[in-house]
Design a protein around this ligand. Sequence first.
Ligand code: PEP
Length: 252
Amino acid sequence: MKKIIVGNWKLNLNHLEGIAHLQKINYSLSETILNDSNVIVAPSHTSLRSVQTVIDTDNLKIETAAQDVSQFEEGSYTGEISASQLSKLNIKWTIIGHSERRANFHETNEVVNTKLKNLLKNNIQPILCIGEDINQREQNIHVETCIKQVKEALKGIRKENIQKVVVAYEPVWAIGTGDVAKPEHATEIVTEIKRFLTSKSFDLDQFQFIYGGSVDSKNVKNFMLTESIDGFLVGGASLSSDEFIKIIKLTI
Ligand code: PEP
């Protein structure tokens, strides 16, 4: 299966900066690397159309993800952006349940579940973020916390309706802190989630597992030794094209 490397630009870069950043990344990666992997950039909503237009016009192999989507399909929800609007822009991936949205915008597992259903309905592949905070890890309830997030995100979803879901294990204590998790942490969570999915009769090949949390070009190699990880969700380090390119090259 192709490795997945997602650059989450968060609330950074306007659309012109985004295009320049995309082009730099594209020019520095060989055709082979781009064919053999899913390199995905997640700009702000305001940049999605510009970035996607450059990708479509120039036939680039880099793909685009939205950083979020509305739980609503349409209607009186000022400021929201729907899955069908993203689909019309040719967006193939969308991040949901990021810990920053859970913490700052009260995104519950129930809301994440609705978002996931809306994405699948519109043929957009969800990048479902899960992860425990430091208290949950210290209380040794990190595994059950992550399983609960996956279980509730998938509630009511039939395996026939899933093409692919990417589960991004992102321990909250590792995001933006420089405090990267150990590969064993990721392996433990991925193993337990796989066990859960199997018990619910999901096909494991409908899922891929990536790690996120302070990944950079120095620590990325440690994770590549673990077979449980299919790639990375990169925040801060994805804003430097040199750093992001190094991470991609070390991952492939
Ligand atoms: C993220 O925001 O998903 C993330 C992993 O951020 P960082 O790499 O900066 O920790």
